[in-house]
Design a protein around this ligand. Structure first.
Ligand code: AHR
Length: 520
């Protein structure tokens, strides 16, 4: 009996190996480097840091007196990992938190700052220890651009205008002098400023018509020096919705274009597509794997539909479409405060990130910024911390592998994907994009969503004739492979070399994998 079991096991392993190697699907893909497209704005790789759970407190900020090694209160380990990730931009302070945030609470001596209740996220105390000065210090340490989200929901136009003046004025105004008294002489550069967040929901439950009027009202009073005027972002729709982008671009008059540089958009990937039972972050069935990808691939359709309505109102493409919240959202990690949105992060998350990058690259003409939710300890995080411990997630590694795409010039790719099917669900198995990096090299990103079958990708090239194709591969045996504090390197990228033969690059793409190659 025992022997029979061993035979069956051997047979099973042999069959699955055969399934992934001998029966690999094959794809012909063409990289058209002779037809360059728009630049992939580096801010497509933007991050989001909200006052939520341990996203800021404990995750980034521990205070100067902490036993955790820190520089001026910022965790050294986290800052070093984020520097290595070349984070181009950070959005702050929310999220839903932004529409209850009063900026004056977060300036001046820390021991005098008011303690508030974070009503959106767990009802915990908000000490305001991390405020405007701390945010800009973090951005300066990371050499990242800043995206400040203003409070439309519970703040006045005056409060919003004064925050902008506090940050950007180089005069001797009382507010500029207050900033100096608080330790910052020169104005900060504010790259982006949003007027509210999710106005359709936590930001005030408004209709697009009402919000559009409010947008114009608030924007009228947002004044900054000419050389330090941020790009202004209107809070747009989410998921299937196109009404917000349509109404905003149709009703903020063209001569206002300087004051509405972009409309935002949010879309979260829920494995089961259900806010009540979203699905588990680890230990999930293959049915959740395929439905996660079916859900996340909808990003393409949502962007297309919004671009179509924006193209009618704004054919010159003056207004950007910023996906300033996206990523996976699972059931909360057992044993954690459900209001803290903490979740484990697996190989599945890395592939979700990579598939979305490929979608964003394809829409680089309108999508100039996206912000994954969120940077540390919240939702699809780059980094998880627990007291003095820190671990990099598979999503961190996916972001790292795609660094060459920041500010690269997109290149069209042509291919017909095989289909990955499970039960009554089917999705295209392969996702791809290419670009010419700032270093002149052509980069190719490939994702194989199929968790069972490898795919041989034969890459023909136009306008480039490489002699090598080297890069990195991220994969693992288990769909839910993840890093823990005990095993922080259970999953990480490895070096990968593809063959260059007869002018073609031959890539054997393992099941459930991401590959990024430099064609040199
Ligand atoms: O990222 C978590 C929350 O999701 C944000 O605060 C809100 O804007 C969205 O609903």
């Amino acid at each position: 009996m025992k022997r029979l079991k061993i035979h069956l096991r051997t047979l099973f392993i042999t069959t699955s190996l055969l399934a992934s190697s001998v029966f690999a699907a094959s794809v012909d893909l063409t990289v058209k480097a002779d037809q360059p497209g728009p630049v992939i704005n580096k801010n497509i790789y933007g991050q989001f840091a909200e006052h939520l759970g341990h996203g800021i407190y404990e995750g980034i900020w521990v205070g100067e007196k902490s036993r955790i090694p820190n520089t001026n209160g910022f965790r050294k380990d986290v800052v070093a990992a984020l520097k290595d990730l070349q984070v181009p931009l950070i959005r702050w302070p929310g999220g839903c938190f932004a529409d209850e945030y009063h900026w004056r609470d977060g300036i001046g001596p820390r021991n005098k700052r008011p303690v508030k209740v974070n009503t959106n996220w767990g009802g915990v105390e908000e000490t305001n220890a991390f405020g405007t000065h701390e945010f800009f210090e973090l951005a300066e340490m990371l050499d990242a651009e800043v995206y400040v989200n203003g409070n439309l929901g519970t703040g006045t136009p005056q409060e919003m205008a004064e925050w902008l003046e506090y940050m950007t004025s180089d005069t001797k105004s009382t507010l500029a002098e207050l900033r100096r008294k608080n330790g910052r002489d020169k104005p900060w550069r504010v790259h982006y400023f949003a007027i509210g967040n999710e106005a359709w929901g936590c930001g005030g439950n408004m209709r697009p018509e009402y919000y559009t009027d409010l947008y114009k009202h608030y924007a009228s009073f947002l004044k900054a020096p000419k050389d330090n005027t941020p790009k202004f972002i209107a809070s747009g729709g989410h998921s299937e919705d196109t009404k917000w982008a349509e109404h905003l671009t149709g009703n903020v008059e063209p001569n206002w274009s300087l004051k509405m540089d972009a409309v935002s958009f949010h879309y979260y990937t829920l494995p089961k597509g259900d806010w009540e039972v979203k699905g588990a972050a680890i230990d999930f069935p293959e049915a959740d794997w395929i439905s996660t990808f079916a859900q996340t691939l909808r990003m393409d359709e949502f962007i297309r539909n919004n671009k179509a309505v924006m193209d009618k109102n704004d054919p010159e493409k003056r207004v950007g479409f910023y996906v300033d919240e996206w990523g996976t959202w699972y059931d909360p990690q057992p044993g954690t405060n459900p209001g803290f949105l903490r979740q484990q992060n697996t190989l599945r998350d890395a592939l979700v990130a990579a598939v979305n990058f490929n979608i964003f690259h394809a829409h680089a003409d309108r999508v100039h910024m996206t912000n994954i939710a969120q940077m540390v300890n919240v939702l699809q995080a780059m980094i998880l911390t627990d007291k003095e411990k820190m671990v990099l997630t598979p999503t961190y590694h996916a972001f790292h592998m795609f660094i060459p795409f920041q500010d690269a010039t997109s290149i069209p790719v042509d291919f017909k994907s095989p289909t990955y099917t499970l039960g009554d669900k089917s999705v295209p198995a392969i996702s791809a994009s290419a670009a010419r990096g700032k270093d002149g090299k052509v980069y190719l990103a490939l994702v194989n969503i199929d968790p069972r079958s490898a795919t041989d990708v034969s890459v023909a090239l136009k306008g480039v004739n490489p002699s090598s194709a080297n890069g990195r591969l991220l994969t693992a045996d288990a769909m839910d492979a993840h890093n823990t504090f005990a095993k922080p390197e259970a999953i990480k990228p490895v070096a990968y070399r593809a063959e260059v033969k007869n002018g073609k690059v031959e890539v054997n793409l393992p099941p459930k994998s991401v590959v990024v190659l430099a064609l040199d």
